[in-house]
Design a protein around this ligand. Structure first.
Ligand SMILES: [Zn+2]
Length: 212
C-alpha cells in the first residue's frame, strides 16, 4: 500500500510528492524545493521515515517542478527521468529561472527517459505511466490502478486545467489528454496535481468549466 506525502515548495506553490510503501522504498516526483530550508524539509522527512530513494521522476520539465533536481541528485544520487519532449525545459532551466528572477542551480540532465507504458517499480509497488501532452509536450501522468490515484502534474487541477500559453503548450492536445486518457481511468480515481488541492476524475467530469 502506497503512502503519498506532499510538500508545497517554492514561489509557485508547487506540490512535490514522495511516494513510499511498506518496504520503505520511495520515489520522489517533481522536486520543487529550492531553498536550504525546503531541501531540509524533504530530506528530514526521508530520513525520519527511514526511506530509501529509488528514483527521481518528473511529470514534466517546467522550472517549478525541477528546482530540487540538483539537491536530490547530490543527496541521493538519482538523475531526473522525464519524457524526451520535455528535455528542452531542463536544458533551459537556468535561463528560465533568470527570466523569473529566481535563484536556481542547474538541474543535472536526464540519461533515461519516460514514455507511455513504462512501469515505475519501487518496493512492492508499481506505477503506470501515460503520456498526457498539452500543458507541455512531454507531460506524463503516473497512476495506480488498484489504489485508484494519479499524479497528474499540471495537466488537470481542481476546477481548472493546465496553462497552454507556455512554450510548446497546446490546448487541443491538453483537452484530448484529459478527455481521452485521464477520463478513461475511472471516476473514482483521485487526482493529485502540481498545484492546489487534489480532486477526482468524477468531480471534474461534472464540475470543471473547461471540460463540460
Ligand atoms: Zn508546468
Amino acid at each position: 500500500m502506497i503512502t503519498i506525502c506532499s510538500f508545497v515548495f517554492g514561489p509557485f506553490q508547487e506540490n512535490t510528492y514522495v511516494l513510499y510503501d511498506e518496504t520503505k522504498e520511495c520515489v520522489i516526483i517533481d522536486p520543487g524545493n529550492n531553498t536550504a530550508s525546503e531541501d531540509k524539509k524533504m530530506s528530514d522527512f526521508i530520513s525520519e521515515n527511514n526511506l530509501i530513494v529509488k528514483r527521481l521522476i518528473l511529470t514534466h520539465g517546467h522550472i517549478d517542478h525541477i528546482n530540487g533536481n540538483k539537491y536530490v541528485f547530490d543527496t541521493y544520487g538519482h538523475l531526473p527521468e522525464v519524457h524526451q519532449s520535455d528535455v528542452y525545459f531542463i536544458e533551459k532551466h537556468l535561463s528560465s529561472s533568470t527570466m523569473y528572477g529566481l535563484p536556481a542551480q542547474q538541474s543535472p540532465m536526464p540519461e533515461t527517459y519516460l514514455k507511455e507504458g513504462d512501469v515505475i517499480e519501487f518496493g512492492n509497488s508499481k506505477l503506470q505511466t501515460i503520456h498526457t501532452p498539452g500543458h507541455s509536450p512531454g507531460s506524463i501522468t503516473f497512476y495506480h490502478v488498484e489504489e485508484k490515484f494519479m499524479i497528474a502534474g499540471d495537466v488537470l487541477f481542481y476546477g481548472s486545467i493546465g496553462r497552454t500559453d507556455l512554450p510548446m503548450g497546446n490546448m487541443d492536445d491538453l483537452i484530448s489528454s484529459i478527455k481521452n486518457k485521464l477520463f478513461n481511468l475511472g471516476d473514482d480515481m483521485k487526482v493529485y496535481n502540481g498545484h492546489g488541492q487534489s480532486t477526482t476524475i468524477g468531480f471534474e467530469k461534472l464540475h470543471n468549466p473547461f471540460l463540460i
